[in-house]
Design a protein around this ligand. Structure first.
Ligand SMILES: *Cc1c(COP(=O)(O)O)cnc(C)c1O
Length: 366
């Protein structure tokens, strides 16, 4: 039982609102895959899956363990494992997860396993690299893939997909359109020679916004579900899903010349009230937010973090804020605040929300 008072609230209605927002951008026949990797972008993958399962066609996770957690919680929706390893293939089959086969090493290993079992039409997905240069076959691998596929009827290709390298960046429009066109060409070759037509998909959140012509059969919605559109106009139409809250553990009144925290980094120049909050860098609050770079909200007012962020605590300046021990503290509850934190940490909201550690209790609000 996790009784920690620092809580990440997940807003189920906001999740549903965001899903609707993106679904309205899709052709009626386009399917939706929701990405719940990394604990549902730092929230809680099982809860997110339960909130949206009746409205989506697929889930995706990065690693097989993440898919097993969903299956063990009773999620029945198809689950694509984006980054399986050969060592995981048996577990993947055991839990009816669907592997992405991205090179011949894992492709051959899976066919061997499927033929030995035999598995009979086991669903798999094939990924092509069109410029991200992270995971995926090359277009020149198509003939080999086709002939290997034809040698076994123990696997069936459910989808062929690729991933855009810069879908949020207008300066890279030409490159992105090139990726989409190359992908379409690969798909055409496969359709001509395979004998059936797997689903195809390439768009992530920013892709849905910026390249609606490339929806193909399905889109992969990640960060957008969690309230970020990678563009201020889009984010403004989405609702915040992650609210991180805590309480004031203790308040100290300190005198000029006295200091707060490790290395005595904050030095009071006038009488100062300092509030201690039970959340620290081990919970995902970057040390870069110390020394007044970051702030929290107490009784609707911003309270700057003073001194260095500790592992388990931060101290904030509440000299001008009416508050007492036990009062609620909002670490963040709005996308703009999360973006501010990300900016201060020289990163992006993806990292800020996925950094919230598992020590923080998750609570779904519906
Ligand atoms: C994480 C991921 C996504 C989701 O991307 P967002 O930008 O969060 O929408 C889609 N596809 C793949 C392959 C991914 O790894």
């Amino acid at each position: 039982m996790n009784n920690h008072v620092t809580v990440l609230e997940i807003d189920a209605n906001a999740v549903l609102h965001n899903l609707d927002y993106f679904k309205q951008k899709l052709q009626p026949e386009t399917k939706t895959l929701v990405v719940v990797k990394a604990f549902g972008y730092g929230s809680e993958s099982v809860e997110i899956a339960k909130i949206v399962q009746d409205k989506v066609d697929y889930f995706a996770v990065a690693y097989s363990n993440e898919g097993i957690v969903l299956r063990e919680a009773g999620i029945k929706t198809p689950i694509l494992v984006l980054h399986p390893q050969i060592q995981n293939l048996k577990d993947i089959v055991k839990h009816r997860l669907e592997p992405n086969l991205y090179n011949f090493k894992i492709f051959d290993a899976f066919i061997k396993l499927a033929d030995e079992a035999p598995l009979m039409n086991y669903p798999v997905h094939i990924k092509f690299n069109t410029g991200l240069n992270r995971l995926g076959f090359w277009h020149t691998d198509v003939p080999n893939i086709i002939s290997t596929l034809k040698s076994s009827n123990n696997i069936v290709v459910k989808s062929i997909f690729s991933h855009l390298a810069a879908s949020e960046d207008f300066n890279e429009q030409e490159f992105t359109v090139g990726q989409i066109n190359n992908f379409a060409y690969i798909v055409k070759q496969i359709y001509e020679h395979l004998g059936y037509e797997p689903m195809i998909h390439i768009l992530n959140t920013s892709g849905i916004i910026n390249y609606p012509q490339a929806q193909f059969d399905m889109v992969r919605l990640g960060i957008g579900l969690y309230g970020f559109g990678n563009h201020p106009d889009v984010t403004a139409q989405l609702k915040n899903t992650h609210s991180l809250k805590s309480i004031i553990s203790q308040i100290h009144l300190i005198q000029p010349g006295e200091t707060v925290g490790y290395n005595r980094a904050f030095v009071a120049s006038s009488p100062t009230r300092s509030a201690t909050i039970p959340i620290g860098h081990a919970d995902g609050i970057s040390r870069r937010l110390g020394n007044k770079e970051g702030f929290v909200i107490i009784n609707n007012q911003p309270a700057p973090i003073i001194g260095n962020v500790c592992m388990d605590m931060i101290m904030v300046d509440v000299t001008k804020i009416e508050c007492k021990e036990g009062d609620e503290v909002i670490i963040f509850n709005h996308q703009q605040h999360i973006e501010y934190i990300a900016h201060k940490c020289e990163t992006i909201p993806y990292e800020t929300i996925t950094a919230i550690s598992q020590r923080v209790k998750r609570l779904v609000k519906s």
